[in-house]
Design a protein. Structure first.
Length: 130
């Protein structure tokens, strides 16, 4: 393998890592799926299932996803995969995910999970437990 070919493979791996982890993070966050198979992700990411399956195996080897028990190849995010998926999703969509009018921003203390049931002094009606 030439260095140019190795470089292309590395860039392709980075591309698919980002795309797959973002998709799985988003699907989990929206309550659509806690795990996914290559066919589901291939439909979502508009590519061939074999491409996704190969990349999921690379992600598994690198500790970003793990296979769920069972006959079918289904994968779920590890803590590392969820963290990386969240970071890249935030970086990619930061301009589109700002707080709406009257909502607390991501830097507000009430966004800390330790305070998830506490009312925010600025917007008590937005408390998650309300």
């Amino acid at each position: 393998m030439t260095s140019a070919s190795a470089g292309r493979d590395a860039l392709e791996g980075l591309y698919w890592r980002t795309e797959i982890l973002q998709a799985m993070f988003w699907m989990r966050g929206e309550g659509l799926a806690t795990d996914a198979d290559p066919l589901e992700l291939a439909r979502f990411l508009a590519t061939e299932p074999a491409v996704i399956h190969g990349q999921l195996e690379r992600l598994r080897d690198d500790g970003y996803v793990e296979r769920t028990p069972g006959r079918l190849a289904r994968y779920l995010l590890t803590d590392l995969g969820a963290s990386e998926g969240a970071r890249s999703f935030r970086d990619e969509f930061e301009g589109f995910t700002r707080a709406g009018h009257g909502e607390c921003g991501p830097g507000c203390w009430c966004q800390d999970p330790k305070h998830s049931l506490d009312a925010c002094n600025g917007r008590p009606e937005l408390a998650r437990g309300a």
